[in-house]
Design a protein around this ligand. Structure first.
Ligand code: PAF
Length: 286
Protein backbone atom coordinates (compact mmCIF):
# COMPACT_ATOMS: atom_id res chain seq x y z
CA UNK A 1 0.00 0.00 0.00
CA UNK A 2 1.31 3.42 -0.93
CA UNK A 3 0.88 6.24 1.57
CA UNK A 4 0.52 9.56 -0.21
CA UNK A 5 0.28 12.94 1.48
CA UNK A 6 0.32 15.60 -1.20
CA UNK A 7 -2.02 16.69 -3.98
CA UNK A 8 0.76 16.24 -6.45
CA UNK A 9 1.48 12.65 -5.40
CA UNK A 10 -2.12 11.50 -5.56
CA UNK A 11 -2.58 13.18 -8.96
CA UNK A 12 0.56 11.55 -10.31
CA UNK A 13 -0.62 8.15 -9.03
CA UNK A 14 -4.08 8.67 -10.51
CA UNK A 15 -2.73 9.69 -13.93
CA UNK A 16 -0.94 6.36 -14.19
CA UNK A 17 -3.96 4.19 -13.33
CA UNK A 18 -6.26 3.13 -16.14
CA UNK A 19 -8.36 0.52 -14.26
CA UNK A 20 -11.41 1.28 -12.11
CA UNK A 21 -10.80 3.21 -8.92
CA UNK A 22 -12.99 2.96 -5.83
CA UNK A 23 -12.73 5.60 -3.10
CA UNK A 24 -13.57 5.48 0.59
CA UNK A 25 -13.22 8.90 2.25
CA UNK A 26 -12.84 8.69 6.04
CA UNK A 27 -11.66 10.69 9.02
CA UNK A 28 -9.79 7.66 10.37
CA UNK A 29 -10.42 5.92 13.71
CA UNK A 30 -11.54 3.07 11.50
CA UNK A 31 -14.07 0.52 12.68
CA UNK A 32 -15.95 -2.36 11.09
CA UNK A 33 -18.36 0.10 9.41
CA UNK A 34 -15.49 1.71 7.49
CA UNK A 35 -13.98 -1.68 6.74
CA UNK A 36 -17.23 -2.86 5.15
CA UNK A 37 -17.01 0.15 2.77
CA UNK A 38 -13.42 -0.75 1.97
CA UNK A 39 -14.25 -4.42 1.37
CA UNK A 40 -17.04 -3.50 -1.01
CA UNK A 41 -14.78 -1.13 -2.90
CA UNK A 42 -12.08 -3.80 -3.14
CA UNK A 43 -14.64 -6.26 -4.52
CA UNK A 44 -15.93 -3.83 -7.15
CA UNK A 45 -12.80 -1.97 -8.33
CA UNK A 46 -9.30 -2.84 -9.49
CA UNK A 47 -7.82 -0.20 -7.16
CA UNK A 48 -9.09 1.25 -3.90
CA UNK A 49 -8.05 4.57 -2.40
CA UNK A 50 -8.90 5.35 1.22
CA UNK A 51 -8.42 8.86 2.57
CA UNK A 52 -7.87 9.75 6.20
CA UNK A 53 -8.38 13.42 6.83
CA UNK A 54 -9.97 14.97 9.92
CA UNK A 55 -11.60 17.85 8.13
CA UNK A 56 -11.57 21.01 10.28
CA UNK A 57 -14.20 22.69 8.10
CA UNK A 58 -16.95 20.28 9.10
CA UNK A 59 -16.59 20.87 12.86
CA UNK A 60 -18.29 23.74 14.64
CA UNK A 61 -16.24 25.96 17.01
CA UNK A 62 -17.49 24.07 20.09
CA UNK A 63 -17.26 20.63 18.57
CA UNK A 64 -14.73 17.83 18.98
CA UNK A 65 -12.20 18.59 16.20
CA UNK A 66 -9.22 18.59 18.57
CA UNK A 67 -10.20 15.50 20.51
CA UNK A 68 -11.51 13.52 17.52
CA UNK A 69 -9.83 10.08 17.79
CA UNK A 70 -6.67 9.84 15.69
CA UNK A 71 -5.39 6.26 15.36
CA UNK A 72 -3.27 6.48 12.22
CA UNK A 73 -0.92 3.53 12.81
CA UNK A 74 -3.73 1.09 13.58
CA UNK A 75 -5.75 2.40 10.62
CA UNK A 76 -2.78 2.02 8.30
CA UNK A 77 -2.24 -1.60 9.35
CA UNK A 78 -5.92 -2.46 8.89
CA UNK A 79 -5.98 -0.98 5.39
CA UNK A 80 -2.74 -2.61 4.40
CA UNK A 81 -4.02 -6.04 5.51
CA UNK A 82 -7.19 -5.61 3.47
CA UNK A 83 -5.26 -4.87 0.26
CA UNK A 84 -5.94 -1.16 -0.25
CA UNK A 85 -3.81 0.38 -3.05
CA UNK A 86 -3.39 3.89 -1.68
CA UNK A 87 -3.87 5.59 1.65
CA UNK A 88 -4.19 9.32 1.05
CA UNK A 89 -3.50 11.25 4.25
CA UNK A 90 -2.99 14.94 3.50
CA UNK A 91 -2.29 17.66 6.05
CA UNK A 92 -4.74 20.51 6.67
CA UNK A 93 -2.36 22.88 4.81
CA UNK A 94 -2.39 20.57 1.81
CA UNK A 95 -6.18 20.68 1.60
CA UNK A 96 -6.88 24.31 2.57
CA UNK A 97 -4.96 27.47 1.82
CA UNK A 98 -4.65 30.12 4.50
CA UNK A 99 -6.95 32.41 2.47
CA UNK A 100 -9.47 29.64 1.94
CA UNK A 101 -12.76 31.24 0.89
CA UNK A 102 -14.77 28.69 -1.05
CA UNK A 103 -18.18 27.83 0.33
CA UNK A 104 -20.04 24.92 -1.20
CA UNK A 105 -23.52 24.67 0.15
CA UNK A 106 -26.67 22.76 -0.60
CA UNK A 107 -29.35 25.28 0.19
CA UNK A 108 -32.11 22.99 1.48
CA UNK A 109 -30.83 19.55 2.44
CA UNK A 110 -27.82 20.88 4.33
CA UNK A 111 -30.06 22.89 6.62
CA UNK A 112 -32.39 20.11 7.66
CA UNK A 113 -31.99 17.84 10.71
CA UNK A 114 -28.31 17.60 11.73
CA UNK A 115 -27.66 20.69 9.61
CA UNK A 116 -30.03 22.71 11.82
CA UNK A 117 -27.97 21.86 14.91
CA UNK A 118 -24.46 21.61 13.43
CA UNK A 119 -24.40 24.86 11.50
CA UNK A 120 -22.07 24.72 8.51
CA UNK A 121 -21.30 21.04 9.07
CA UNK A 122 -22.53 19.80 5.71
CA UNK A 123 -20.93 22.76 3.90
CA UNK A 124 -17.61 21.50 5.26
CA UNK A 125 -18.42 17.96 4.14
CA UNK A 126 -19.37 18.99 0.58
CA UNK A 127 -16.30 21.20 0.30
CA UNK A 128 -13.81 18.55 1.37
CA UNK A 129 -15.47 15.86 -0.74
CA UNK A 130 -15.38 18.10 -3.80
CA UNK A 131 -11.64 18.57 -3.27
CA UNK A 132 -11.07 14.87 -2.64
CA UNK A 133 -13.21 13.81 -5.61
CA UNK A 134 -11.15 16.10 -7.89
CA UNK A 135 -7.88 14.69 -6.60
CA UNK A 136 -8.81 11.00 -6.53
CA UNK A 137 -11.16 11.04 -9.55
CA UNK A 138 -12.73 7.71 -8.58
CA UNK A 139 -15.27 5.76 -10.60
CA UNK A 140 -17.15 4.84 -7.43
CA UNK A 141 -17.22 6.34 -3.93
CA UNK A 142 -18.55 4.46 -0.90
CA UNK A 143 -20.67 5.92 1.90
CA UNK A 144 -22.39 4.31 4.88
CA UNK A 145 -26.13 4.61 5.45
CA UNK A 146 -25.40 5.35 9.09
CA UNK A 147 -24.88 9.03 8.10
CA UNK A 148 -27.96 8.98 5.93
CA UNK A 149 -28.34 12.75 5.56
CA UNK A 150 -24.70 13.03 4.54
CA UNK A 151 -25.21 10.23 1.99
CA UNK A 152 -28.21 11.97 0.41
CA UNK A 153 -26.33 15.29 0.34
CA UNK A 154 -23.38 13.66 -1.42
CA UNK A 155 -25.69 11.95 -3.92
CA UNK A 156 -27.36 15.30 -4.66
CA UNK A 157 -24.06 17.14 -4.94
CA UNK A 158 -22.63 14.59 -7.36
CA UNK A 159 -25.81 14.78 -9.44
CA UNK A 160 -25.98 18.59 -9.54
CA UNK A 161 -22.28 19.19 -10.10
CA UNK A 162 -22.02 16.46 -12.77
CA UNK A 163 -19.29 14.49 -11.02
CA UNK A 164 -18.75 11.32 -13.09
CA UNK A 165 -18.78 9.25 -9.91
CA UNK A 166 -21.21 6.57 -8.78
CA UNK A 167 -22.08 6.90 -5.11
CA UNK A 168 -22.49 3.46 -3.55
CA UNK A 169 -24.62 3.08 -0.42
CA UNK A 170 -23.41 0.57 2.14
CA UNK A 171 -25.69 -0.62 4.98
CA UNK A 172 -24.99 0.42 8.57
CA UNK A 173 -22.85 -1.99 10.56
CA UNK A 174 -24.08 -2.50 14.13
CA UNK A 175 -22.68 -3.83 17.38
CA UNK A 176 -24.37 -7.05 18.62
CA UNK A 177 -26.84 -4.99 20.72
CA UNK A 178 -27.78 -2.80 17.73
CA UNK A 179 -25.68 0.31 18.38
CA UNK A 180 -24.57 1.72 15.01
CA UNK A 181 -20.77 1.67 14.72
CA UNK A 182 -19.21 5.12 14.89
CA UNK A 183 -15.76 6.50 15.67
CA UNK A 184 -17.43 8.64 18.33
CA UNK A 185 -18.63 5.55 20.23
CA UNK A 186 -15.15 5.56 21.79
CA UNK A 187 -16.22 8.65 23.78
CA UNK A 188 -18.90 6.63 25.63
CA UNK A 189 -18.26 5.69 29.25
CA UNK A 190 -19.37 2.14 30.23
CA UNK A 191 -22.48 3.71 31.74
CA UNK A 192 -23.40 5.73 28.65
CA UNK A 193 -22.48 2.81 26.37
CA UNK A 194 -25.24 0.82 28.10
CA UNK A 195 -27.72 3.60 27.24
CA UNK A 196 -26.50 4.07 23.68
CA UNK A 197 -28.66 1.26 22.35
CA UNK A 198 -31.58 3.63 22.99
CA UNK A 199 -31.39 5.04 19.47
CA UNK A 200 -31.72 1.74 17.66
CA UNK A 201 -34.36 0.49 20.12
CA UNK A 202 -36.44 3.63 19.55
CA UNK A 203 -36.15 3.31 15.78
CA UNK A 204 -37.21 -0.32 15.98
CA UNK A 205 -40.10 0.63 18.26
CA UNK A 206 -41.30 3.10 15.61
CA UNK A 207 -41.41 0.25 13.11
CA UNK A 208 -43.54 -1.86 15.47
CA UNK A 209 -46.06 1.00 15.78
CA UNK A 210 -46.63 1.35 12.07
CA UNK A 211 -49.55 -0.96 11.54
CA UNK A 212 -51.26 1.03 14.32
CA UNK A 213 -50.24 4.57 13.27
CA UNK A 214 -49.96 6.00 9.80
CA UNK A 215 -49.99 9.63 10.99
CA UNK A 216 -46.46 10.49 11.99
CA UNK A 217 -47.22 13.05 14.71
CA UNK A 218 -48.79 10.59 17.21
CA UNK A 219 -46.28 7.98 16.11
CA UNK A 220 -43.35 10.22 17.01
CA UNK A 221 -45.06 11.30 20.25
CA UNK A 222 -45.38 7.66 21.33
CA UNK A 223 -41.77 6.92 20.36
CA UNK A 224 -40.57 9.89 22.42
CA UNK A 225 -42.50 8.55 25.44
CA UNK A 226 -40.87 5.15 24.93
CA UNK A 227 -37.45 6.78 24.86
CA UNK A 228 -37.96 8.88 28.00
CA UNK A 229 -39.50 5.96 29.92
CA UNK A 230 -36.81 3.42 29.08
CA UNK A 231 -33.77 5.63 28.67
CA UNK A 232 -34.27 8.69 30.90
CA UNK A 233 -30.62 9.76 30.60
CA UNK A 234 -30.77 10.13 26.83
CA UNK A 235 -31.42 13.69 25.61
CA UNK A 236 -33.18 13.67 22.29
CA UNK A 237 -32.09 16.30 19.77
CA UNK A 238 -34.49 15.33 16.99
CA UNK A 239 -36.60 12.42 15.89
CA UNK A 240 -38.21 12.66 12.46
CA UNK A 241 -39.92 10.54 9.87
CA UNK A 242 -38.95 11.69 6.41
CA UNK A 243 -39.17 10.80 2.78
CA UNK A 244 -35.78 9.26 2.16
CA UNK A 245 -35.28 10.99 -1.18
CA UNK A 246 -36.11 14.60 -0.23
CA UNK A 247 -35.41 14.24 3.52
CA UNK A 248 -38.57 16.31 4.10
CA UNK A 249 -40.82 15.24 7.00
CA UNK A 250 -43.99 13.36 6.10
CA UNK A 251 -47.29 13.84 7.93
CA UNK A 252 -48.85 10.59 6.81
CA UNK A 253 -46.89 7.50 5.89
CA UNK A 254 -48.92 7.07 2.72
CA UNK A 255 -47.19 10.21 1.37
CA UNK A 256 -43.99 8.34 0.64
CA UNK A 257 -42.98 4.96 -0.70
CA UNK A 258 -39.69 5.22 1.18
CA UNK A 259 -40.10 6.50 4.74
CA UNK A 260 -37.09 6.62 7.01
CA UNK A 261 -36.83 7.52 10.69
CA UNK A 262 -33.87 9.73 11.59
CA UNK A 263 -32.69 10.65 15.05
CA UNK A 264 -29.92 12.36 16.99
CA UNK A 265 -29.46 12.26 20.76
CA UNK A 266 -26.94 13.08 23.46
CA UNK A 267 -25.81 10.62 26.11
CA UNK A 268 -23.67 12.22 28.81
CA UNK A 269 -22.62 14.88 26.30
CA UNK A 270 -21.81 12.43 23.47
CA UNK A 271 -23.85 13.08 20.33
CA UNK A 272 -25.03 9.99 18.45
CA UNK A 273 -27.09 9.64 15.28
CA UNK A 274 -28.92 6.72 13.71
CA UNK A 275 -31.66 6.01 11.19
CA UNK A 276 -33.82 3.15 9.93
CA UNK A 277 -35.81 2.61 6.73
CA UNK A 278 -39.43 1.91 7.65
CA UNK A 279 -41.65 -0.71 6.08
CA UNK A 280 -45.34 -0.03 5.56
CA UNK A 281 -47.40 -3.23 5.66
CA UNK A 282 -49.47 -3.60 2.50
CA UNK A 283 -52.79 -3.74 4.42
CA UNK A 284 -52.28 -0.48 6.46
CA UNK A 285 -55.48 1.56 6.12
CA UNK A 286 -55.61 4.19 8.91
O1 PAF B 1 -18.32 10.60 7.17
C1 PAF B 1 -17.17 11.06 7.35
O2 PAF B 1 -16.29 10.41 7.96
C2 PAF B 1 -16.81 12.44 6.83
O3 PAF B 1 -17.90 13.28 6.91
C3 PAF B 1 -16.23 12.42 5.40
C4 PAF B 1 -17.23 11.85 4.41
C5 PAF B 1 -14.97 11.57 5.38
C6 PAF B 1 -15.88 13.83 4.97
O4 PAF B 1 -14.91 14.40 5.79
Amino acid sequence: MEILQTREDIRTWRDKVSETVGFVPTMGALHEGHLSLVRQSLAENARTVVSIFVNPRQFGPNEDYHRYPRTFDTDRRLLENLGVSVLFAPSVEEMYTAEDEVLLSLTRMSRLWCGGYRLGHFDGVTLVLTKLFHLVAPHRAYFGEKDFQQLRIVEKMVEELFFPIRIVRVPTVREPDGLAMSSRNSYLSPRSRAQAVALYKTLQYIQTLIPKYMLTEPLIREARLYLTDRFPEVKLEYLAIVDEYSLEPVEHLSQTAHPRALMAAYIEGVRLIDNLPLTIPADSTE
